[in-house]
Design a protein around this ligand. Structure first.
Ligand code: SF4
Length: 289
């Protein structure tokens, strides 16, 4: 298993972050941290912080950057972090925001003279990954704003949601969330309950009584939107023509009362076929174990 410590910004936890990594390591779990790198002001600081984390048992670090992040954290900090983590042989991934009208993109990192050398690692160095992350809105307001800016849908993330049932999130206020999708914390439906007072196993198991979660797992939110469009007409489901992240389509479903009503009213049309596919997926998964 892997525990991912993310945020907000998890380095704000201060010394508790080291304790947390140590604890995860003591449970023989792998640990990844996701950060904006604001703490890596110099190469020395970055090296000191990451050495301490590596000693505590950190396996992987992900740095987030791009136009929105760069407003607050200069790219030099990210570079300090990358160079330090590579020299410590920590698995490193840089996630660059992706979207239309962005000035900073993947090439600003891959073609950087200080970073280039790590992209063709020899066997002694952990690999450095640099990927594009489709930027996701976090709130209902930003969801509406982003809908106006998204390009026409040419490359759809129409797959199923493999995150559900395989990943759980615990928020700082002790809520257990059914996935780690970026909009998950403001989709109330994905809130499984209080992780402090509830029984963790029961909170997890209860999800399987919920057909919509199984449907998301089997078909994914885009196909659910297609199903809705069959009921109310494609012209009334505008998200279908927008190119975005799988979780964007999910957030659109849960923030739209009309869509939710249609699901409630008509889910039985697909119940048997979805459950059948679910049991096949489950059987394949068990065979792989
Ligand atoms: S698609 Fe929905 S359920 Fe799946 S990870 Fe994204 S927000 Fe979570």
């Amino acid at each position: 298993g892997i525990i991912v410590i993310t945020g907000g910004e998890c380095f704000l936890l201060g010394d508790n972050l080291y304790e947390l990594v140590k604890y995860i390591n003591s449970k023989k779990l792998s640990c990844r941290i996701v950060t904006n790198g604001y703490w890596a002001k110099t190469r020395e600081t970055a090296f000191d912080v990451l050495s301490k984390l590596k000693d505590a048992g950190l396996n992987e670090i992900n740095f987030s950057t791009g136009d929105d992040h760069l407003e607050f954290v200069p790219i030099e900090y990210i570079k300090n972090g990358i160079i330090a983590s590579m020299s410590l042989n920590i698995m490193t991934l840089v996630n660059v925001e992706y979207g239309i009208n962005r000035t900073f993109d993947l090439r600003n990192i891959t073609e950087d003279t200080d970073i280039k050398q790590y992209l063709f690692p020899n066997r002694k160095i952990s690999p450095l990954g640099i990927v594009n992350g489709l930027w996701m809105p976090f709130t209902k307001e930003s969801l509406q704003k982003i809908e106006e800016q998204l390009p026409f849908n040419t490359n759809k993330n129409i797959g199923r949601c493999e995150n559900l049932f395989n990943t759980l999130t615990i928020t700082p206020n002790h809520r257990m969330i059914a996935c780690c999708g970026l909009p998950a914390t403001y989709i109330r439906y994905l809130d499984l309950g209080n992780a402090r007072t509830g029984n963790l196993k029961s909170l997890y198991d209860n999800q399987f009584n919920d057909f919509l979660k199984i449907w998301l797992y089997v078909e994914g939110p885009y196909k659910i939107l297609l199903f809705i469009s069959e009921k109310i007409g494609k012209e009334n489901v505008k998200e279908l023509s927008l190119n975005s992240h799988t979780c964007f389509y999910c957030a659109c479903i849960f923030s739209n009362q009309i869509y939710m009503e249609i699901i409630k009213k008509s889910y039985q049309d697909v119940y048997s076929i979805v459950m059948f596919k679910y049991f096949i997926l489950k059987r394949r998964k068990n065979e792989k174990k």
